[in-house]
Design a protein around this ligand. Structure first.
Ligand SMILES: [Zn+2]
Length: 55
């Protein structure tokens, strides 16, 4: 059984609940909350890949 704990790519906190993820040119990023995801998105706009199932 793998038990790899994910940490937030913005603030570094453990991700306990279902993560908020973003696809970027550098790979998938995971965040602990909507806020961290939003800030990362703002800071790395050019790195974010479009989400095909979000419209
Ligand atoms: Zn965070």
């Amino acid at each position: 059984m793998t038990n790899t704990k994910q940490v937030c790519d913005l603030c570094g906190l453990d991700i306990e609940l279902s993560s908020f993820t973003l696809k970027t040119k550098e790979g998938d990023k995971a965040f602990c909350c909507e806020g961290c995801k939003g800030i990362y998105q703002l800071l790395n706009e050019d790195q974010i890949l479009p989400e095909p199932n979000q419209n």
